[in-house]
Each structure stands twice: as C-alpha cells, then as structure tokens.
Unconditional design. Sequence first.
Length: 221
Amino acid sequence: MTLHVSQRPGRQERHLLRKRHNPLFPESEREPSSAALTEAQRLDHEELSDFIGSFRGLVLETTNLQSNEDSAVILGIKERLEQGYEQASGLADNQSDTLDAITRLLDIIHRAIRRGAAGDDSALARLEQENQARQLHFQLLEYPLVADLLAPTSPIKPDELAATLLSAETAEYQAALSLFDNNQWVLLYQQGCELLDRSPDAPDQVVEHLAMLKQQIGQTL
C-alpha cells in the first residue's frame, strides 16, 4: 500500500511511521492504514493551528513588556516561551523561523532579568548557568524523538518506549537516553532484552544499542 506521508511530519505521524515495517512493534501495527495516517496528519495540523494562535498572543505579551514589569510576569512569560520552544520543536512543517523567533524573545527576557539582577553577582551567575542549561536543552530538542518524548501529549506510550528508543538512529538514541536516570535505564535494558528475545528479525542496531545501554548503566554503578 502506498502511503502519502508528509515531507515534514508532526509528532503523531512520526510515531506512526516509526512503527512501519519495524519488527520491534506488534505485527498489527507495522502496516499503518491510509485512514490511520490521515488521522495522524489531522491531529498534527490541529496541534499546529492551536500553537500558532497561542504563540501570536505570547509574542504580543513579550513585546509589550514594560521596563519596570513585575518579575513574576517576566518569569511567567519566560517559562511559557521555553514550553513553546519544546512544542514547536515537534510540530509539523518547517518550524525553524518560529524557533528562531522564540530564541530572540527569550534573549529579550534574559536581558530584562539581567537588568533586574544588576549588582547581584550570585544572581547573575545563576542566570548564566540557566542560560547555558537552556541552550543544551534546545540542542537536544533538535532530535524529533526528544521533542516527542517531552511533549505533554506524547504519542509514545509507556509500553512502546523500549521499542521506540532501540530502533532510533544512534545519535538520536543517545540524545533520548539523556532524558532518563539510571533506574529507568535499568528498566529499559530489561524491557529491551525481552523485546529482542521476541523479535529474532530485529536489526543488528538493536543489539548494539542494548550493549551501549548496558555499558552506560555499568559506568554509573
């Protein structure tokens, strides 16, 4: 069956396509129907439309900030912008302009917070640490799997996590693993081994990813 997939799919369509011809998923899910694809695309574009509407309001709020704005208001907008960046990273279509716009708005917020902390070396140091952490976090969000895992309405169900991670490209797999702690790694490793036992036709990459995970667990013990 020929599926008309999107050039830049959103998170629902992406996850549907992860299962396609993937031996780690149940056989009944390896051949998505045209109806399932259409529904996934509809949900993705619905999310995109909702985001565009809310983002326009957030841009207006940010650009209307006053120089003497209450710090609680500024921090609230900052949090919403960061959440917006996370969401936009996983949306359908090319969101590079939106991500650039959010980054510029966050820079405006960051400068406003720095002005409020002028003369407080400790507060300025914390702000710099937060800024560096945010940049690292945004780098992780360049991987669609990371954005999908962090989405409040993630399409990845708990019982699909091991299959999803182990079948990802290696760089994306390593980035996604950084979201979990050691206890979660152990559980993922156990689930992955069970999955491999049930999937004799799994690609060699799955075995390699399990070996990498085992080594990572050992390094933290």
